[in-house]
Design a protein around this ligand. Structure first.
Ligand code: SF4
Length: 124
């Protein structure tokens, strides 16, 4: 696993999308794991956060920001830390997406899959 650089706010970052995020009405503890959380507890909390993201109108903007900033913690845009790590492995660090929209483009498949029923634990 490559060393993850510290998160870095992109120069063109904007924040107005956060004003309409569905998580404004949710428990913030859903989105960030407590220390030493493991196993089923973590799966359940992540799925609960993803369920909030699934009904959020700014999910793509949120995921784009988190990927470009390399946010190290939390569920952003429906993507967990581990799911973002897999996105990071797609690119070499010098070419890492920094312009607005590049993160969403790079992770289009992961963003779409993040809130599919299977990711939310819904069995059809
Ligand atoms: S996608 Fe999820 S974390 Fe991002 S603003 Fe919406 S509800 Fe909040």
């Amino acid at each position: 696993m490559p060393q993850q650089p510290l998160s870095q706010v992109p120069a063109d970052a904007t924040w107005e999308w956060q004003e309409v995020g569905a998580c404004r009405e949710a428990d913030p503890d859903l989105f960030f794991h407590p220390q030493n959380e493991r196993g089923l507890a973590r799966v359940r909390r992540d799925r609960s956060a993803k369920a909030v993201c699934a009904r959020c109108s700014v999910r793509v903007e949120c995921a784009d920001y988190a990927i470009r900033a390399r946010e190290p913690y939390g569920v952003w845009g429906g993507l967990t830390e581990e799911e973002r790590e897999r996105v990071y492995l797609k690119v070499a660090v010098p070419q890492f997406p920094r312009q607005r929209g590049e993160g969403a483009k790079l992770a289009a498949d992961e963003i779409a899959a993040a809130v599919m029923p299977a990711s939310l634990g819904v069995v059809s």
